[in-house]
Design a protein. Sequence first.
Length: 104
Amino acid sequence: MSHSVEQRRVPGSQVDPRVAELRSAVSRLRRQLAAHPGDFRDRSIAEEELAALAGMAAAGDPEIPRLRRSLLLIAGAIGSVSALGQGVRELREAVDLFGPSPRG
């Protein structure tokens, strides 16, 4: 039987696995963005929002509305850069671990 990330906690550990996944996704996308040679108009917005997400993940208890806002800003800022698409998808999946996006 498969367990979601939300249900897996390392015994004796205080780290929420969702937060660990968010940290990992943010770190990967930050590295990909730093290595991307192209310059685009909203790059600084993406970098600032990734830094904000990294800070929230480091604190260990991110605010879900703020996570979603940052994700939208990042996707808008670098969504057209195909080389970074996988990193944005992984970040979205990490944010989704905190609960489904409200619709409507």
